[in-house]
Unconditional design. Structure first.
Lengths: 266, 600
């Protein structure tokens, strides 16, 4: 094969490749698309709801996992159909409104091999605020979440931590990172969504109230916050988005929510 | 043919040539434009922050709090500085030993394989290093040192970052050691030095300039590293005082806090990125200041490389000198590096391969069952778009630089400077730029289109450099022959020169694909992380394979899937590395300096 022919072949290949890409982009059954974005704590249950909804409806529900802050700002900037937040909306967050999907506990977690079973609110507050080790336990370090996390905002509000964390508190980006860090460290305390709790880590009691489903429902367990669906004021949802929204707020969906360890509000 | 007709024909031919010249110039100037746009736009977007917070309070303030709207990056600057110094001290030392070993002590048989190892080490995606650090290194450090936290902090970060910058420094040091004239070595031997003495006291100092450049590039890489660092650094609000105190770097600060979109903080984060960019630009200026190593007379000095005279490098005498000790150290370091690579790869494979199944790879993906199929499609779509944009731009620019511009002219120097600058900009800055410029500014939304264009900017320097290199290796006699046969410049370029340079172009394509497959930070900011559906067009948000590793890792319930995806990524990287070797083998006869690491 002559050289120019070779080049030509290469160019042709690229062209055909690109053309097929664009053709691919053009056609195809789009179904109807719904874009949801926001909190990594809400994402697991939203994925389950979406999976269930897709069984009966021809829609593509795209879930962009990031953080509550991103979910809220995406909604404000009209980058999604609706956002997910794992905390209540603040006063400064304008142009949007929230609808509570369900309630969720915040579990305090330690390593499975850690002997600690109970901590007090004051101890936890001191640990995060000042880095004070919890007396009488092996817990010396705290693992928190990043500033845009709804879990962190709710946690800080519930424990009245107002001036940020102590210098040596790690602030991790996602729920999973907290779980993985706790799995590898016998002397750290962390917090995650109750619904994301797995058997890989151990949840400890707070002021002698165990972190269980019953105690969260009854309100005895202090650390809980709402999962909020964020809607842009004055924007009309597309038919597909409205359908999915109606579904997640329906009793049928709330049953799935309860079955996964979250507290239905309906 | 009348006189007029002939004139007319010539005029048209010249017009065509001139138009082509202008087009190629424009393509070449694009890199300059891109750098200016990035710097300018980021500056423009961070002015509100500087204005509102005050420049000095922003740089020297140490509190970062969204609640009280005080943003100061001093402790991030200190964090980045300390981490970079530690990583470059460790990684740089290891890299120089490795390079010396590779050039002077490596048995000839395994030299090619070992070079592959270094290339592979360079090719492993940042996110995979992060996974390795998080899941293996941190628990290991906890077991050894029993710190009072989960192992976050300076020590773990330094170790991972050293491995990541090692290939960059090694390959450039290797190149400059190989460029040292043979006479230096022979002269040292003639004066009675042993081989070890000659290597450490004569040849290594002779390559000083190249080694300094290598270290500067390594510093740039360390400063800009994002995904792996932000997983391991811990993002505490303190200073890196001990081996295990979590701190924050300039890059990890951006990734961590970007989500919260209060306009002032966002502007502050862009300003953070801008400061990062300024550091990189300063480093680039330092590179210019570094003297290029003198390579002696071009025609009469033999290079160590040319002879491959490992056999000639005999030790005449053994002494118990310090250089002999260094010789042992270099063997140890070389083995350590090979072992680290082997261990990383094996760790990911052992954890990941058992979780792979045909269904997980290619099955139908849904919200209930997230498979890799959408990630494959979106990765391919990103590659296609980025190449479609970067190849014409890059090849055009290379043609201008090599065929049209006068060698050594000011234009060429300026354009080269900007291409190198573009190559040095960290991907997180590209991500930030893509986010504010394409996603928001041009209203593209999180989309494959925005990501593809951002990636095109990232790979452009690789394409330009690699193509330019192979164009310059086409002998002038071929061009002259073509002109003599009456061909115009344009025809000569497309029919004679470019076909000769096809190898460089193919290599640059493979290297670019590798870069795209590795990329995660820039993509999270521009394409989002939707991973459940095969994207139907370039307007869709999607997750490439690397981003998917991050996503699986992040939600905490799919660590096995994260390993499996990382294993697939590694297989990709290994295949790409083999392809580069294959390309070099197939287009044998023209040898290429692989500029991979200088471009990354």
């Amino acid at each position: 094969m002559k050289r120019p022919v070779k080049i030509l072949t290469c160019v042709m290949c690229v062209a055909v490749f690109a053309a097929s890409m664009f053709a691919f982009a053009g056609c195809g059954n789009r179904g109807e698309a719904v874009i949801v974005s926001g909190s990594s704590s809400v994402t697991p249950i939203m994925e389950k709801l979406a999976a269930e909804y897709e069984k009966t409806h021809d829609v593509r529900i795209t879930i962009n996992m990031s953080s509550s802050g991103a979910g809220i700002s995406d909604t404000q900037n009209d980058l999604n159909d609706f956002g997910m937040s794992s905390r209540g909306l603040k006063d400064g967050e304008t142009g949007i409104s929230g609808a509570t999907l369900c309630m969720d506990g915040i579990a305090l977690i330690v390593n499975k091999d850690c002997s600690v079973a109970n901590v007090s609110k004051a101890d936890v507050k001191a640990l995060y605020e000042k880095g004070t080790a919890i007396a009488g336990t092996p817990i010396t370090a705290a693992i928190g979440r990043d500033a845009s996390s709804g879990t962190r905002t709710a946690f800080d509000e519930l424990l009245k931590i107002e001036n940020g964390y102590a210098a040596d508190v790690a602030a991790l980006a996602e729920t999973g990172n907290v779980i993985e860090a706790i799995k590898g460290s016998a002397n750290s305390l962390g917090y995650i969504s109750y619904g994301s709790l797995t058997s890989a880590v151990k949840a400890v009691s707070l002021d002698n109230v165990a972190c269980t489903y019953e105690n969260i429902i009854s309100g005895a367990y202090a650390l809980q916050r709402p999962f909020v669906i964020v809607l842009k004021d004055g924007k009309k949802l597309s038919a597909a988005a409205q359908g999915f929204y109606d579904y997640i707020m329906s009793e049928q969906a709330q049953a799935i929510i309860s079955a996964n360890g979250y507290i239905s509000v309906k | 043919m009348t006189r007029e007709q002939v004139k007319d024909k010539f005029r048209r031919a010249f017009a065509k040539e001139n138009i082509a010249r202008v087009i190629f110039l424009l393509l070449a100037v694009f890199s300059v434009l891109a750098v200016f746009t990035i710097v300018g736009y980021l500056l423009y977007a961070s002015i509100p922050a500087f204005g509102r917070i005050g420049f000095f309070r922003f740089i020297f303030g140490s509190e970062w709090s969204a609640k009280s709207e005080t943003f100061g990056i001093w402790r991030m600057i200190v964090g980045t500085f300390v981490l970079t110094v530690c990583a470059v001290l460790l990684g740089g030392t290891l890299a120089i030993f490795t390079a010396v070993w590779l050039v002077f002590y490596c048995p000839k048989k395994i030299k090619k394989i070992y070079t592959q190892i270094i290339n592979l080490l360079a090719g492993i995606p940042s996110i995979v290093y992060g996974l390795f650090g998080y899941k293996f290194l941190m628990p290991l450090l906890v077991d050894i040192f029993h710190p009072n936290n989960a192992g976050f902090g300076l020590l773990a970060c330094t170790l991972i970052l050293s491995i990541m910058i090692l290939p960059t420094i090694t390959s450039i040091t290797k190149n400059s050691l190989e460029a040292v004239p043979m006479q230096y070595y022979e002269g040292a031997l003639a004066l009675g030095c042993t081989k070890n003495q000659a290597v450490w006291k004569t040849l290594l100092p002779a390559a000083k300039g190249g080694i300094i450049s290598a270290v500067i590039l390594g510093i740039g890489r360390a400063i800009g590293e994002t995904m792996a660092v932000q997983m391991i650094v811990g993002n505490g609000s303190g200073y890196p005082l001990g081996a295990f105190s979590p701190f924050t770097t300039l890059t990890s600060n951006i990734v961590q806090n970007w989500g919260y979109a209060a306009p002032t903080e966002q502007a502050a984060l862009i300003a953070d990125g801008f400061v990062l960019l300024i550091f990189i630009l300063i480093l680039n200026l330092c590179l210019i200041a570094v003297k290029k190593p003198k390579s002696g007379n071009k025609f009469f000095s033999r290079r160590l490389r040319e002879g491959e005279k490992n056999d000639a490098l005999k030790s005449y005498r053994r002494t118990g000198s310090i250089q002999d000790f260094l010789w042992i150290v270099s063997w140890a370091v070389a083995l350590l590096v090979a072992f680290t690579l082997a261990f990383t790869v094996i760790f990911v494979f052992v954890k990941g391969l058992p979780n792979l199944s045909v269904d997980f790879l290619f099955g139908k993906s849904s919200n209930a069952h997230n498979t890799l199929a959408p990630a494959f499609v979106s990765t391919i779509m990103l590659i296609a778009l980025a190449l479609l944009i970067a190849l014409p731009l890059g090849i055009g620019a290379a043609i201008y630089l090599n065929e049209y511009a006068k060698n050594g002219s000011v234009t060429v120097k300026i354009i080269r400077l900007f291409v190198d600058t573009l190559a040095g900009i960290p991907s997180i800055v590209f991500g930030l730029f893509g986010m504010v410029f394409f996603v928001r500014g041009m209203n593209m939304g999180y989309s494959l289109a925005a990501g593809g264009i951002t990636l095109a900017l990232i790979i452009l320097p690789t394409v330009i450099r690699s193509t330019e290199q192979s164009l310059s290796e086409v002998p002038d006699s071929m061009r002259e022959a073509s002109y003599a046969l009456g061909a115009g410049k344009l025809r000569t370029i497309f029919v004679v020169v470019l076909p000769q340079a096809i190898a460089g172009i193919v290599t640059s394509i493979i290297l670019s694909v590798g870069r795209i497959v590795n990329e995660s930070a820039a993509l999270i900011f521009t394409v989002g992380s939707a991973s459940t559906f095969i994207p139907l067009g370039y307007g869709d948000s999607a997750a490439s394979l690397s981003v998917l590793v991050w996503k699986f890792m992040s939600n905490g319930l799919q660590v096995n899937e994260a390993y499996a995806t990382a294993a697939v990524l590694l297989i990709f990287v290994i295949v790409l590395n083999l392809l580069v070797s294959l390309a070099e083998y197939l287009f044998n006869g023209r040898r290429y300096e692989r500029k991979k690491n200088t471009a990354v």
